[in-house]
Design a protein around this ligand. Structure first.
Ligand SMILES: [Mg+2]
Length: 185
């Protein structure tokens, strides 16, 4: 993500809540247009999104319950960075936690802002290949708030699920498109 110089002026920042993962603020800002607005913002540590491919043309999706939308949905695996965690390490950890396989090769694809209107989260996308079972002494365990069912699909079928409205998660729709990008590795 390339940052361009901001000419907005922050007049005041109030922290409303310091959560387990997010920080919520209300910021009074003079925008580049000259308008002064109060913005409700969410500050996020950043996340990684994984595109695990057991074989070329395949993708592992997970089905999980998302209480914010009160639905079970299909998604690619993803997770929030832990404090100080390096994104590639987070990608390997989340892959093992969520689909039970360790990626031997992790290829960085791109970084995007999913919701720049109110949140500074960056999502770094990685293709995960050469997947193997974890070693018996691995200490990685699924998060207790995650009830996850992984399943392998063909990339074509997953893209068709997006078109049919059966996949409604944006990072998943975007990630499936990224698999078509030219990658220099
Ligand atoms: Mg997750």
């Amino acid at each position: 993500v390339t940052n361009e110089a901001s000419d907005a002026q922050v007049e005041s920042v109030r922290t409303i809540h310091e959560g387990r993962i997010f920080r919520f603020t209300i910021e009074r800002v003079k925008l580049p247009s000259g308008h002064v607005v109060e913005m409700e913002l969410v500050h996020h540590p950043g996340s990684v999104v994984l595109l695990p491919q057991p074989a070329p043309g395949q993708i592992v999706l997970i089905r999980q319950y998302r209480h914010a939308i009160k639905r079970w949905i299909w998604e690619v695996p993803a997770g929030t960075l832990k404090p100080g965690e390096e994104p590639t390490a987070a990608a390997a950890r989340e892959c093992e936690e969520e689909i039970g396989l360790v990626p031997t090769t992790i290829t960085y694809l791109s970084t995007l802002y999913p919701t720049p209107g109110f949140c500074d989260e960056t999502m770094a996308f990685y293709r995960c290949t050469d997947l193997r079972p974890p070693s018996p002494d691995s200490v990685v365990a699924p998060d207790e708030d995650e009830d996850i069912e992984p399943k392998t699909f063909s990339v074509d079928e997953a893209r068709a699920m997006v078109q049919r409205g059966e996949i409604v998660d944006m990072k998943t729709a975007v990630g499936l498109q990224m698999l078509g990008f030219q990658i220099d590795d």
